[in-house]
Write a protein that binds this ligand. Structure first.
Ligand code: CIR
Length: 259
């Protein structure tokens, strides 16, 4: 069965970091219900959700995707670009190791957030921007080369993370909302979508795409292409520059060559 790591939101979620958005009030009780629905959507699609122990002192801990990059049987544990998020990685490392993954860690002076990493087959696009630096990219390249990952650095200036700007459909087509994509030409195949949150999909398997409820037009577009959008309301996480990808780390068992 496919597995996904998730982490329950902190009671201090409303204090989460903001870079590009203005702060708006976060309803932490609603956020918890939305997170439970998100976990429920993964579970309904056949994913076993494994919880990383919560870290209440870190407001952004729920965005567990940022703690690692998983490729094959290797989990590269991140060193978040925001110092306040660095304590998040320890329990994440222990949890993924307990799932049978080898681990290696990004070390100082490198920084890397998992949200900056988009895997398409053997190609691993890494956003160089506010959270991920050249040393982090170089360490990721060195870690992934032996297991067949080819790291390609791309520029991110308009949004928090690479995957805030683009993700990919099951056939490898990169999708993004053009005003927020620095350089669409770097991708082999790029499809514009009509909404910022339409750029974010989690591949649930088969033709199912997990998407935010805030992208109805893009969901319609994908449905017209033969996909089945599964929509979840993640408004309270979107207020903190989160999206559907950042609320989980998708693992596949047995160890995949790709995911
Ligand atoms: C942060 O600024 O780190 C959080 N407020 C949001 C992180 C979102 N993570 C992601 O898109 N991978």
């Amino acid at each position: 069965m496919n597995r996904a790591l998730v982490r329950a939101p902190s009671p201090r979620l409303a204090e989460g970091l903001l870079t590009h958005l203005a702060r708006t009030p976060v309803d932490t009780r609603l956020a918890l219900r939305q997170w439970q629905h998100y976990v429920g959507a993964l579970t309904a699609a056949g994913w076993e959700c494994v919880e990383v122990p919560p870290i209440d002192e870190c407001p952004d801990g729920v965005f567990v995707e940022d703690t690692m990059v998983v490729f094959g049987d290797l989990a590269v544990i991140s060193r978040p670009g925001a110092g306040s998020r660095r304590p998040e990685v320890d329990a994440a490392r222990e949890t993924v190791a307990a799932q049978g993954y080898r681990t290696v860690s990004i070390e100082s002076p490198g920084t890397l957030d998992g949200g900056d990493v988009l895997k398409i087959g053997d190609t691993v696009y890494v956003g160089r921007g506010g959270r991920t630096n050249d040393a982090g990219i170089a360490q990721l390249r060195d870690s992934l080369a032996p297991v067949g990952g080819r790291v390609v650095a791309v520029t991110v200036t308009k949004v928090l993370h690479l995957k805030s700007a683009v993700t990919a459909l099951p056939d490898g087509t990169v999708i993004g909302y053009p005003p927020l994509v620095d350089d669409p030409e770097v991708f082999d195949s790029f499809m514009p979508v009509p909404e910022p949150a339409g750029a974010h999909v989690v591949l649930l398997g088969g033709d199912q795409l997990l998407m935010a409820a805030s992208a109805p037009a893009t969901a319609g577009l994908f449905a017209s292409l033969g996909y089945r959008p599964v929509r979840v309301d993640i408004s309270e996480f979107e207020r903190l520059e989160g999206c559907v990808t950042c609320l989980s780390v998708r693992l596949r068992k047995p160890h995949p060559a790709r995911q």
